[in-house]
Design a protein around this ligand. Sequence first.
Ligand code: MG
Length: 396
Amino acid sequence: MKLNSVPSLLSALVAAATTAQAADVGSAFYGDAPDEHHPWAIHDHNRPQPKLVTPGTFSSQDQPGKPPSDAVVLFDGTDLSQWEADQGEGQPTKWVVKDGAMECVPGSGYIRTKSKFGDCQLHVEWAAPVKVQGESQGRGNSGVFLMGLMEVQVLDNYDNPTYADGFAGSVYGVNPPMANALRAPGQFQAYDIVFRHPIYKEGVALDPGHVTVFLNGVVVQDATMIEGGTGHKARTKSGPFPDVGPLKLQDHGNPVRYRNIWYRSLPPRPAQGGTDGYLSTEATRAKRAQIAAEIREDAAKLKDPNNPLPEMLRLAESLVYDQDEDTMGKAQRLSEKYMAGLQTLTPEQLAGKKDEIKHLRDICKYLVKSGSIPEDAPAKLLLDQMIKEHNWDKKK
Ligand code: MG
């Protein structure tokens, strides 16, 4: 991961160093510093920008919507090239494609993706047969199996009661949907699912995983904890999932149709090595050291024999993430050089630097507060003294 480009850092540093009101967003020394569970400061301008995604469009009954730009399309209504029978590898499925949708051929078995994936945002649209046949679990039954293991139930529950934990939008046999927001049979229903698989380490759940489901835009599962793979009649058993698995769609004996199937992979959680969120102290320490190392690399590019300030500030900034004696020494030498430069200025020139000097003192205060430099750091003492001598803290 790359930090912000040097030019943008330079402008942030210049802003930080030269503007009296620079203690604002964009300054390196602004929000609460990193702590033992958060490697980033509050409003940290070193933190990577969110990736750009062009949003898609919503579907109508007549036309499927367009997926977001970074989606992996699993079925676009044309062919089943990305799917196979859920039997031996490479076995063709008997499901058919008709009118822009794939249709389950009863008795042909489940269908699965050839590719495997894990945590995702998944979009699936399905339609129960127009001709209503059967009741309860026998009417328009199919299922979306995340990683092939956990079923979000597909069922025609339009005017068709069944057991609550087997409704459309249920985590089958585990948790009923919070609402029945189904359209009439024959119409396409949309599932938008956020899935996080269980993560275990040496038999202990680091994160049990969870699933959130929207049915036609209505939330029906809200971060429901995953209690294991789902099944019929039997209570699920918690346990690890593999990292990835195929998406499966169920053949439950009804010609249910599907269209517009795509997913987006999700970034890792802290339990998978992700660095956003609440981290362990160990992971936080490692990430803080990495951020500091990258800042120090940038600092080296700011070296300027005529102006020690940008490099000094960048090095000081790195100390907020990670203490390092070498860096402390370098920053100290640069600050001495800067202070020596101030001594050569005429009183008028020095007065012209009042705002810069006061802001540098504020930065020192920030560094002391965050435990990055000691209270009696020479640079801070000198700046304090200079500001006191010139009475620059006095309110007009
Ligand atoms: Mg089912």
